[in-house]
Design a protein around this ligand. Sequence first.
Ligand SMILES: *Cc1c(COP(=O)(O)O)cnc(C)c1O
Length: 403
Amino acid sequence: MKDFNAANEIQDLQYFGEFGGVNPSISDSSTYTFLSAKTMFDTFEGNAEGCYLYSRHSSPMNLYLAQALAKLENTAAANVTASGMGAITTVLLQLCKSGDHIISSRTIYGGTYAFLKNFLPPFQIETSFVDINNFEAIEQAIGPKTKVIYCESVSNPLLEVADLRKLGTICKKYNLKLVVDNTFSPLSISPALFGADIVIHSLTKFINGSSDTVGGVYCGTQDFIDATKNVNSGACMLLGPTMDSLRSASILKNLRTLHIRVKQHSHNAHYLAERFEQDGLKVSYPGLASHRHHELLKNMMHSEYGFGGILTLDAGTTEKANELMELMQTENLGYLAVSLGFYKTLFSCSGSSTSSEIPEEERLSMGISDGLIRFSIGLDHDIDRTYQRMKACMIKTGVLITR
Ligand SMILES: *Cc1c(COP(=O)(O)O)cnc(C)c1O
């Protein structure tokens, strides 16, 4: 995988502002003038390359950001949306119509789960939830109406890794689309290299990295992106989850430091995970040899970016987890908040927050225990100092018992 380096690809993309600015000019318009009425007609028909019509369809800044993200994911094109869910729902509604069937990993983001489980069935789109690394079960679930296999490359919050090579092969064999949410592993995993047809990100997380906006993107072939923007039948054009161009400008600027941030998040998370494991805590991190998908991830990732910034720790009970998180927040070790990819560590109890859409029984059977804390590790300068102070909190709350 040495031949593809997304950071270089993004770096080589240059666009200057109107007056030679080092950043592209922000176009602050919802509509665009035409010199001739004929060109306006052609633009509606999709035949006027380079012309803008109306910003729900496309705008210069959204196209700049989309191009950079297409480079990131090694796809021909991309389209940015107002949120990660805006990207996920657009893609699935574009690919699936009434009567169609989806196969999805059962360990996915709570919002995606709720969309597949509750929102789509009234439209006669059914989903089979499977263990994404049980290929036999996946092949058994495939029927004549199956259109999509959906998964997260590294899952939320359990950090299960999907074997994208195998899934890519299955999708080719049965002519299905492989849709991969790569929010947890930007730069480190390139799903398109393994056969993913569409790669999705919640830009809200690592890619923007400053917890000041929501945003999303889907990356795929030019034909697919164009289809979603078609004025007559495109899911994005007609549902309208468009990103505001001021926001795409700020996200593009944050994207410039993604490679540096990802390395630091990974370094810090790896450091803490190793120490916590040595201390005897129930920690899960794909960089640890004890993680059941450690080797699988190693075989798919661009190693320079590390194993990511997310780890989970089982505090035993919800009460203990809450006590620990409140104390860590008081000690300024991070914030008790959902989301991820911030400069500061964020922690939340998955079962009672971002995975609360999943019924308790299913949650437990997946391994999301009541005391499971998800940490998004920050960009701390001195991670050993952070470790010592976190450990003190764990001892004080009885999450870590020392003799
Ligand atoms: C946050 C998240 C989403 C949803 O993104 P929004 O920007 O909040 O709409 C989807 N998938 C994963 C893995 C996420 O972490």
